[in-house]
Ligand binder design. Structure first.
Ligand SMILES: [Zn+2]
Length: 287
């Protein structure tokens, strides 16, 4: 099994400690407590290419990431200058990082962006304050509790007679194609979202939607749900507002793309993206 990116952090999130200020204070003061080093919210790597950790800082607002073999791990709450932005430089760093380090950083990044977006109560408009050791905000005005949100996104391959559908958006690097994706809407199942997105974006009708794998995606806080589905035909009717092109690729073409071969039919998504995991599993296991 190829593990999905941003998974396998291996931290004990210790939810039972989050609402206990005395226990959290003891963790902050713990001699093995460490604070994740961030450049705004981007990762900082040490000379070995691992996430850099530093001593606790008294002035920092803290997000409790969890326990690593009993040792407390925290991230700072940082004031983000531009929400929803992702620099391509982060993708270069992610390509160097282990899935485990990427997973730890992803939680810190998603939490930070959520806090920065939820300074005010969505119920009454009062300024909110951090609580639950970073895993929530509470409103002093109306008492509403707000919890970090995760947005479900389906990402899928339609398959038809030994080929799968991949597509490119205009902003992709040259040659890059990937699996189609879209947000799950209120009142919709994962299976219905997969079928709707494939119909809307590529005019492809599918059935037999099945789950393959999932991964967190910290830009800003998605859960990518990867699926495979059977297409009724290979006819494509492209939504040009969403996609620049879509092509059907056979198993050999997908394998060549994943191997980075120069004559491959497309440039594969990077290994930390679940589209890569999906293509890898399909090229190896098929349906
Ligand atoms: Zn409120």
């Amino acid at each position: 099994m190829s593990a999905a990116g941003f998974t396998g952090a291996g931290l004990d999130r210790a939810d039972h400690l989050r609402l206990d200020p005395d226990r959290i204070a003891a963790l902050v003061a713990h001699e093995e407590a460490r604070l994740l080093q961030l450049a705004e919210v981007d990762p900082i790597l040490d000379e070995a290419g691992r996430l850099a950790w530093g001593p606790m800082e008294a002035e920092a607002e803290l997000l409790f990431l969890g326990l690593e073999d009993g040792a407390p791990r925290f991230a700072p709450l940082v004031r983000m200058q531009s929400l929803g932005q992702r620099a391509w430089s982060v993708f270069r760093l992610l390509a160097l990082m282990s899935a485990r380090d990427a997973a730890i950083w992803a939680a810190a990044r998603s939490l930070n962006e959520w806090h920065n977006r939820h300074g005010f109560c969505g119920v009454c408009g009062s300024a909110t304050t951090l609580y639950r050791a970073g895993w929530g905000r509470i409103c002093p005005g109306c008492g509403a509790e707000h919890f970090p949100r995760v947005d479900p996104v389906v990402i899928m391959l339609a398959q038809y007679e030994g080929r799968v559908l991949v597509a490119r958006q205009p902003q992709y690097p040259a040659g890059r194609y990937s699996a189609l994706a879209g947000f799950v809407e209120p009142g919709e199942s994962i299976e219905e979202a997969v079928a709707r997105e494939l119909m809307e974006e590529a005019g492809v009708a599918v059935s037999n939607v099945r789950y393959v794998a999932s991964q967190p995606w910290p830009f800003p806080g998605s859960l990518m749900i990867a699926c495979l589905a059977d297409a009724a035909s290979d006819e494509i009717r492209l939504d040009a507002r969403e996609l620049e092109d879509a092509i059907w690729v056979d198993r050999a073409g997908v394998a060549a793309a994943l191997a980075g071969e120069p004559d491959a039919p497309f440039l594969a998504p990077p290994p930390f993206a679940i589209a890569n995991t999906l293509l890898t599993r399909w090229s190896r296991d098929g349906s």
